[in-house]
Design a protein around this ligand. Structure first.
Ligand code: ZN
Ligand code: ZN
Ligand code: ZN
Length: 360
């Protein structure tokens, strides 16, 4: 599988005139090799020439973490007193164009630019994004497993008490449950209660959850390298008629956008489907973000479900559909599922109940 992905990457490098691909930390490397670099001052870098063998340059003490794929790349371990930049430059040859991982630390890029003064650098995502956007069956399976895991957490949270607890406390529970449910990493857990829910990326804090609050829980992690991301709403006690009515608008907007997410429809059209319903109900200026984002080895990647994206969806595209309505100072509502575009129509990976969960 690794060798196959590398072949596709090389094909695209050929098309774009990229001589060498340089990948360090970030999701491209595990997507391509199964190995995730540690984020440290010691350089890890895959050197993948368009024509020629790939080498993973890795600190000696971390070499044992790498599972070698003999048909895909070999390992060049460097010792504490070696110069890894010189090693990468030598393996890269004298490329006229190099593509370097978008998340690579600037210090490494600056050193490489000095070591390769005649090389022009571009972003690795120009090579990889279009490939990563189309998930194969194994990748969709991994996304499905991650989605099922967080679905289970939503179901469990529906019978948990919320009132009297701080947002941080609920945040901690979500993180723990993600790890218990098989995620190797919890990437984020937004818990926005009452007025805090009106800030879409609110960081869980010390606010104590009260009766009558709507609590926005938006959380996700990585399982076998693939990400989960789900948003559900919990209401402490009875939901007010206003919350119920506004949520009815939101659920129909989300439903409509999921239905629109067919192969051949553009990201812009899917965004428009949700936005139209919310605008018609008078909340157009309260829906302050795009409808969704692609998901895979990263929580946010292409394709973006947003005005201006005129690329038609293709089979294997995986993305969130997550419209929201935010009333500053009062409450916020968002509903999010991960969807895959298939030849048979949109497949929702998340199956957790979508109604307002009434909790204590
Ligand atoms: Zn978000
Ligand atoms: Zn989310
Ligand atoms: Zn999301």
């Amino acid at each position: 599988m690794q060798a196959d992905r590398m072949a596709r990457v090389r094909g695209r490098m050929d098309e774009l005139g990229v001589d060498v691909l340089l990948l360090s930390i970030g999701a491209d490397l595990p997507w391509l090799t199964g190995y995730e670099a540690l984020e440290t001052e010691r350089l890890t870098m895959l050197v993948l020439p368009c024509d020629g063998d790939a080498t993973l340059v890795v600190p000696r003490l971390e070499a044992a973490r790498v599972r070698e794929e003999a048909d895909a790349f070999s390992i060049a371990a460097w010792d504490e007193t070696d110069d890894p930049i010189a090693l990468v430059a030598k393996l890269a040859g004298a490329p006229s164009t190099a593509a370097i991982g978008d998340h690579t630390w600037a210090r490494f890029l600056l050193d490489l630019q000095r070591a390769l003064p005649h090389t022009s650098f571009r972003k690795a995502s120009e090579v990889t994004a279009a490939l990563r956007m189309v998930k194969d069956a194994t990748e969709v399976d991994a996304l499905r497993a991650a989605a099922r895991a967080v679905d289970g957490i939503v179901v469990e949270m529906r019978s948990r008490p919320f009132a009297g607890r701080t947002e941080t406390d609920v945040h901690r529970e979500l993180v723990e449950r993600m790890l218990d449910a098989g995620h190797e990493r919890a990437n984020f857990a937004i818990v926005g209660s009452g007025p805090n829910g009106a800030s879409p990326h609110h960081e869980a804090g010390t606010r104590v959850i009260e009766p009558g609050d709507v609590v926005v829980c938006d959380f996700g992690g990585s399982m076998r390298h693939y990400c989960s991301d789900i948003t559900r709403l919990f209401v402490v006690g009875e939901a007010s008629p206003e919350v119920r009515d506004t949520y009815a608008v939101l659920t129909s907007a989300q439903e409509e956008a999921v239905r629109a997410a067919r192969v051949g429809t553009t990201g812009e059209e899917v965004d428009g489907a949700a936005r139209r319903i919310i605008s018609e109900a008078g909340f157009g200026d309260r829906f302050i973000h795009r409808t969704g984002h692609g998901i895979g080895v990263e929580t946010h990647e292409e394709p973006y479900i947003v005005a201006g994206n005129s690329t038609p969806l293709a089979p294997g595209n995986a993305f969130s559909i997550e419209p929201g309505i935010y009333l500053p100072g009062r409450f916020g509502l968002r509903l999010e599922d991960i969807v895959v575009a298939t030849p048979d129509g949109p497949e929702r990976l998340n199956q957790a109940p979508r109604d307002l969960a009434v909790v204590e």
